[in-house]
Design a protein around this ligand. Sequence first.
Ligand code: PMP
Length: 409
Amino acid sequence: MNISDVREFFPILHQTINGCPLAYLDSAASAQKPIQVIEALTHYYEQNNANVHRSVHTLGSRATEAYEGARVRTARFIHAKQAEEIVFTRGATASINLVAGSYARAVCKEGDEIVVSAMEHHSNLLPWQQAAKTTGAVLKYIPLQADGSFTIQEVENTITNRTKIVAISHISNVLGVANPVQQIAQIAHKHGAVIMVDGAQSIAHIKVNVQELDCDFYAFSGHKMSGPTGIGVLYGKKALLDGMEPIEFGGEMIAEVGLHDASWKEAPWKFEGGTPIVAGAIGLGAAIDFLKQIGLDVIEAHDKQLTRYAIEQMKRMEHLTLYGPEEGRCGLVTFNMDHIHPHDLATVLDMYGVAIRAGHHCCQPLMRHFGAGATARASFYLYNTEADVDQLLNGLNKAASYFEGVQPG
Ligand code: PMP
């Protein structure tokens, strides 16, 4: 499949917004879905829908096979050793909460450390704040440089023998550059800590090999990689998952239930209480097939090239501030225009068919680090083109002249 033909597979992109072609530049919030994913969902609901694991009838077997097949495809996609290392969750947020609510609470004691950075998305921050509060562990921050990134030296300086967990994003949803998680994993392991990687932004853009990274946990969401909403993944090394207690209890996850006690299934099923997200997992499997067909290396090169193109053009614009490191950015630019609130900017851009994100991007500590209450963010994925970026730049110029006109003085 050629990347230039990819747009054809995304029905949603073939529409006009306010009379202009849609330039969807908000994939970091949620990516659009190709017809292959939509059809996989329709096919499941039209032909195979049933509850899984318990039913002996044909539809039940088909649904179970498709659900467990999606687990195998997901494991292969991230190079996990075995399918049993894949827990299906509601999304990256739920995956991180599972580790913070189970592993961290069991392992951390008063005075232990959980290491994070101020670039983290709230979903990779609040669960650790809560875990620190309940266990008496100290939440320690890797100091950030002016551009929002951190150095490996600062990681070395922050992690100690009291550190039990290091929780870090693979790619920040504001900075768009990959953190050296493989090196961070080595440092964490040297001190006897585990590393939890928030892969919500990386999974769609770069090849992920959890064995090469040697991360202990890796979390991501289906909807950011052209899969459905409501499905996510927690990868965990099998030995760690085996040692963890579930945080949700009910049907599906049990081995034996008595009047006052119960025992659980093996991992990963003990973490999937209640009727699982069957259609979501099947849609995720279809998204994985789609991305693999194009090739993650092709997608990464495309996304990086578009980002570079956008940055080069935006650097030439007056009254525009870019945030974050300039080099190695994959898939997003974060910026502000003088005297224009990002929400106003996003509203004007929408008038010209351009969809961007404005706000704190669930990264309030990082916004504070930049001295900005909010920023605008344009994000790119495999279906975006230079024409989309040009439409954005055109919209920015229009917004600049529009607000110049309405500004007092
Ligand atoms: N981490 C990062 C870096 C993200 O960008 C996001 C989504 N914005 C999340 C975590 C949370 O993902 P979800 O809302 O799908 O659970």
